[in-house]
Design a protein around this ligand. Structure first.
Ligand code: CTP
Ligand code: MG
Length: 573
């Protein structure tokens, strides 16, 4: 117990320190800036892309090498940020991400790199480097010089380490109320600044790899890495485009160029063209790029992707070349998150609850995805009597000429992107604990059988087909985001939201716990996360879930197994 208390104490201090650094850099998703300083999505992406251009990643023997590394690398330019993390293998591998003041300085450091017989392999120039120990003669002087140098502080240390769930639960137990628990969970599990930097560096590596043939190529992160709903350790979704839109011309404005590039003929079928190109890109990543390993091609999917693991970044990557609507969808989610400070913390709690209840699963299947679940939260916030979020159609109405985006396939992704012009401010005053309960109550009553959810219209529509769950894809409205969800999984969701509402309802009324009871028992959010510790449940007579044995709901003839063995879900009355 003493050790656990010390660990919690350590993490509290560590997190305060982390927050201080993030606030100073102003780059934390969770920080809520005043409305007129909210960065728009393109500015946010642009700033992170430039940051990646100014960065190098260096493997070191331990964080103790930092003074020497700092001293050595300072000869190429001025280092303005340094962060450390470990990749845990049999031995811990240590890395330091350095940011220079300019891209030119980072480039000078990379140009100074050398190949070594110790690391034989395909000779590729990239920002992924290794800091070799000084030669015997220079060792002492390098150490002395490093000791005397004043360096940029190395913060954070072990910056990709995630809070283990025991410690997180201890922190949540110590919170004053459920609202505070929701905020704490968000703060301690959201993707941090280092995580975002690493993801943009992975994108830059792919972009630079193809830049010889495609100087305008863009590898852009999307999905949870950039929409503000990502947690520590989330995958990177990446889209690679060979050219920008519109195609830039070097001719003076107004005068179309008379010099036209000769090009290779397109295959008649656009989809097989993309698949062939992706096969080739997959081979290139696999054969030439340092850190890239375990490359898998999933080219028959609706959106063909290449999956790979990045060893130096300890990161799973999904690369696509034809999913621009997914990219703009991430922008919509980013904007929803920025529009009201309650949106992200609430979504984090709901996503964690869904994970703990076995409703979501990292591998795709017939269960609800995090993205669909996030859409359910957004719709809930739109349909409130006092909405917390506007419908997407309202955003479309305030679009100006700069907001027009039409994809290569002709899909219109135009919507207002300027927060000032949108001017939305919710009059809803509910706190996070009330909203959480309302979310569960809302979906325990929702008619999934007959209704489809439209985030565009911020209302439910008649369901156009027999899918178990229907969420209209906001940017491709003929598609259903949750088409994959089976009837059993939809039913499981309904049961779980009822249970959660029931648990929370009893909890909200329960304000009688003493300080020591709070510390020792799972209360509030922890009840929802199915903590093995004994939960305090005081049944409420007015809100009782019906008794269902979930195992009866599985269609035994299905060949795919349920995501995890379903735990004891029989509701106790
Ligand atoms: N997307 C979409 N339509 C879908 C599925 C995904 O537009 N049917 C887009 C969304 O912008 C989503 C992104 O693709 O955010 C990435 O999808 P996915 O990786 O499944 O979800 P994430 O939001 O990244 O969540 P996770 O943390 O689970 O990866
Ligand atoms: Mg993702």
């Amino acid at each position: 117990l003493m050790r656990r208390a010390q660990q919690v104490q350590y993490w509290r201090k560590y997190c305060i320190k982390q927050c201080a650094t993030k606030t100073a850099t102003g780059s934390e998703f969770g920080a809520i800036p005043a409305s007129n300083t909210r960065p728009n999505y393109d500015d946010f992406i642009g700033k992170r892309q430039q940051q990646a251009q100014r960065s190098i990643l260096v493997q070191v023997s331990s964080e103790k090498s930092y003074p020497e590394l700092y001293n050595y690398c300072s000869s190429f330019g001025s280092i303005i940020n340094a962060q450390h993390y470990c990749v845990r293998h049999d031995d811990d591998l240590h890395y330091i991400l350095l940011e220079y003041a300019s891209a030119g300085e980072a480039s000078a450091a990379i140009d100074a790199g050398a190949y070594s017989a110790e690391l034989s392999g395909v000779p590729v120039r990239s920002p992924f480097l290794w800091f070799r120990a000084a030669a015997a003669g220079g060792k002492r002087s390098a150490k002395l010089a490093a000791a005397s140098a004043t360096s940029q502080p190395l913060l954070p240390l072990d910056g990709t380490r995630q809070l283990d769930s025991g410690l997180l639960h201890s922190l949540l137990r110590g919170a004053g109320n459920i609202e505070e628990q929701v905020l704490l969970l968000h703060k301690h599990t959201q993707l941090n600044d280092l995580g975002v930097r690493m993801r943009f560096l992975a994108a830059l590596q792919v972009q630079q790899a193809v830049s010889g043939m495609f100087p305008e190529a863009q590898a852009q992160p999307f999905g949870s890495s950039v929409n503000g709903f990502g947690k520590m350790g989330c995958d990177l979704d990446l889209i690679l485009r060979f050219d920008r839109e519109p195609i830039p011309s070097n001719a003076p404005a107004g005068e179309p160029s008379r010099l036209i590039y000769h090009t290779k003929e397109n295959l008649s079928n656009g989809r097989s063209q993309t698949q062939r190109q992706m096969e080739c890109i997959g081979d290139m990543l696999h054969l030439f790029l340092p850190g890239v390993c375990h490359v898998r091609r999933i080219l028959q999917a609706r959106v063909p992707i290449i999956k790979y693991h990045h060893d130096h970044l300890d990161l799973e990557v999904d690369l696509s070349m034809s999913n621009l609507t997914g990219f703009y969808m991430s922008e919509l989610l980013y904007m929803f998150g920025e529009l009201d400070p309650r949106v992200r913390p609430l979504t984090f709690s709901i996503r964690r609850w869904a994970q703990a209840s076995g409703l979501t699963n990292p591998s795709p299947g017939r269960w609800i995805s995090n993205f669909s679940l996030t859409c359910l939260v957004m719709y809930f916030l739109q349909q409130l009597r006092q909405p917390i979020l506007p419908g997407i159609n309202a955003l479309v109405k305030c679009a100006s000429a700069e907001d027009v985006r039409i994809t290569e396939d002709g899909i219109n992704c135009t919507f207002g992107r300027n927060f000032e012009q949108i001017g939305f401010r919710s009059r809803n005053t509910s706190n996070l604990s009330e909203l959480l309960l309302q979310f569960f109550e809302f979906y325990s009553q929702f008619d999934f059988h007959n209704r489809a959810i439209s985030l565009n219209e911020a209302r439910a529509l008649a369901k156009p087909d027999h899918s178990a769950m229907y969420i209209v894809n906001p940017l491709e409205q003929v598609l259903n985001v949750s088409k994959n969800v089976s009837l059993e999984e939809c039913e499981r969701l309904r049961i779980e939201v009822r249970n959660a509402a029931w648990l929370l309802e009893s909890e909200v009324e329960n304000t009688t716990l003493s300080e020591s009871e709070r510390q020792e028992t799972a209360w509030g959010l922890l009840n929802l996360f199915k903590n093995p510790e004994k939960a305090i449940i005081r049944p409420n007579m007015f809100f009782k879930p019906r008794m269902v044995e979930v195992s009866d709901l599985f269609d035994k003839s299905q060949t795919i197994d349920p995501p995890i063995t379903y735990k004891n879900t029989t509701v106790r009355q």
